[in-house]
Design a protein around this ligand. Sequence first.
Ligand code: FES
Ligand code: FE2
Length: 383
Amino acid sequence: MSREKFADYGTVLEGWYWGMRSDELAPGTARALNLMGRELVLYRGENGAVVAMDAYCPHMGAHLGEGWVQGDSIRCVFHYWKFGPDGGCSEAPCFKGTPPASIRQRTFPVEEKYGLLWVWTGPAPRYPVPCPPELEGEELDFAMGRAFRKNCHPHVLLINAIDENHFASVHHLPFPLHMESETLGRSAIEFRNDTRWPDDWWFPRWIGKLYRGAATYKLTYWNGSTGAVTLGPDFLHFYILFVLRPSADGDGRIRGEAIRPNPKGFWGYLWSAATFAFQPSVGRGGTEGWPIVVTKRRKGLAGWLFNRVVLFVTGIVGQYFAAGDSWVFRSIKYRLKTPVKADHAILKFIQHAEAQPVAEGWAENSPPPEPRGAAILKELETA
Ligand code: FES
Ligand SMILES: [Fe+2]
């Protein structure tokens, strides 16, 4: 049966998703994580390596997050079965000798990057944790912004950045964008602007001189949940990652909040962007995410200081863009019922999302399966 994958909370596309902050998991500790409906335990072994595995013990369903980390393994608190980083049961007091190899807990690939722990929602990653393509192979410097919640699905947030129409109405951009797309492998798609800064008055004409051709504005999306923005003049590109996931508690609603009108005009918009950090967050669910600003590592103290400035400026640019739309995402119920020509990039994104592999059965590990009492007793007697 084919189902719609775009902006559907019931479908998890296979890929990398952020789980928690790296510094939330100290060596020798375990934490429970509900990742898009699946109950997991993340633990950091005493050697510092992080393991993600299904939460419920294959013996009787105790939550392994209650257990103890021992070496590179985790021990269930109930009957002391111990599971290693590959999910195998290495020790259990009730078995003489090694437990049967058939006792396994499902594990998932984990990476640490940008101060976050990332979990791959399938057996083996098909690509690395997302990185702005221009920075691939570079050593990175980064800064995390403030975690946020929005009242809509991550896809709806991501397509905002390629919504050509709204750059004039919401962001007051003085020239039209036109986003050309290119697929990068099966799970990534890139959109690039191919229009230039206008030359009708001195300010944009002056900015336009910093670009050899089109105004650099590029979006790269991976499995519909992480987006990288690349923008800026030819001599210095800025990179912002929007690391998103559908939130565990589904789509939130505005509750008893007065909906303030969208700020009018350029100055109203600027005011809204400047005060964005102080505005109440009304979303309860939908999307949980992080803005992360990235640049390449530069050498020495001067390089480090330069990077602080670059990352700070990138953060302001990111906030400027994010703030303009915050009003819309409080209440939108996304339906592209009347697509127009300028929505072509959005339609490409939707098409891309529909072609993504799905993490089948992702949210089905909770609750644990029913025991088949009589059948199991018989199996045990004959074993
Ligand atoms: S429930 Fe985990 S060892 Fe029994
Ligand atoms: Fe926007």
